[in-house]
Design a protein around this ligand. Structure first.
Ligand code: XMP
Length: 247
């Protein structure tokens, strides 16, 4: 099994894409999964991974999503559970084991919880299962500065989280596309093999090209694709506009 960073890189080479599809399909619960599956099937050769959030995790749960996750895997796409996991080690490990033994390839966690008896156990479990953990370093919503931007010891919290992402050996970080200067700072801290996933493009006003140029590796995009009339054309257009790493 490939490590997350290598898997994304190899998919990106094949597809020429830097997009992680946020499969945040809304509307009637009865048909959500079917619609999410159709969406993935339509764009599977044009994206590098699929991210699943509460939109699907809550109504269907891990067991209900097995077929969906399996189909993503058959299409060669890693599936990332966006839980922003934030609990004690034992609970984090339980969540990770359930997700990873049911086909999920990576999860997003919140470094705020700290290492000892928090992230340490989760990171060990993930390594043991050869799965990915991505740390939340700077979020894309307007209020992010109130938390991740708080100054602690004279520097914003996100810088400390970026250093922890590196020293803890996580697979990468989530940093908002709306803050290219922060992406640049985080990029300078992370190791070469650690990826930056950047949400907030389009719907939230972020500029994907600028984010990639600043050092993001992949863009997490949901509503701009899902809400468009023709998701395939939208993804193709985004891939074209973004070019190779926005260069
Ligand atoms: P759209 O493109 O619909 O995508 O705005 C939103 C998806 O991305 C997630 N998201 C984030 N996840 N840190 C994260 O870990 C963030 O800063 C962030 N901003 C958006 C969001 O939960 C949704 O799934």
């Amino acid at each position: 099994m490939k490590l997350l960073g290598d898997w994304l890189e190899s998919n990106s080479r094949k597809s020429g894409s830097r997009i992680i599809l946020a499969a945040d399909v809304g509307g009637p619960l009865e048909t959500r999964l079917e619609r999410a599956a159709s969406l993935v099937s339509a764009v599977k050769e044009r994206v590098v991974a699929v991210k699943v959030n509460w939109h699907l995790l809550l109504p269907y749960g891990v067991l209900g999503l097995r077929g969906f996750v399996e189909r993503c895997g058959e299409a060669g796409l890693p599936v990332i559970a966006d839980m922003k996991l934030n609990d004690i080690g034992a609970t984090n490990v339980e969540a990770a084991e359930i997700l990873f033994s049911n086909g999920f390839d990576a999860l997003i966690a919140n470094p705020f919880v700290g290492y000892k008896e928090g992230m340490e156990d989760l990171l060990e479990k993930s390594r043991e299962m050869r799965k990915g953990v991505i740390m939340l370093v700077y979020m894309s919503h307007a209020g992010s500065k109130d938390g991740y931007g708080l100054k602690v010891g004279g520097e914003p919290l996100y810088l400390g989280f970026a250093r922890k992402t590196r020293s803890w050996g996580a697979d990468g970080a989530v940093v908002s596309s709306k803050s290219p200067s922060i992406i640049r700072e985080v990029r300078s801290i992370l190791g070469k093999e650690q990826v930056i996933l950047s949400p907030g493009v389009g719907f939230q006003g972020g500029d994907g090209r600028r984010a990639l140029t600043a050092g993001a590796d992949y863009l997490i995009i949901g509503r701009s694709i899902i809400g468009s009339k023709d998701p395939v054309k939208t993804v193709e257009g985004l891939n074209r506009d973004l070019g190779d790493r926005g260069s």
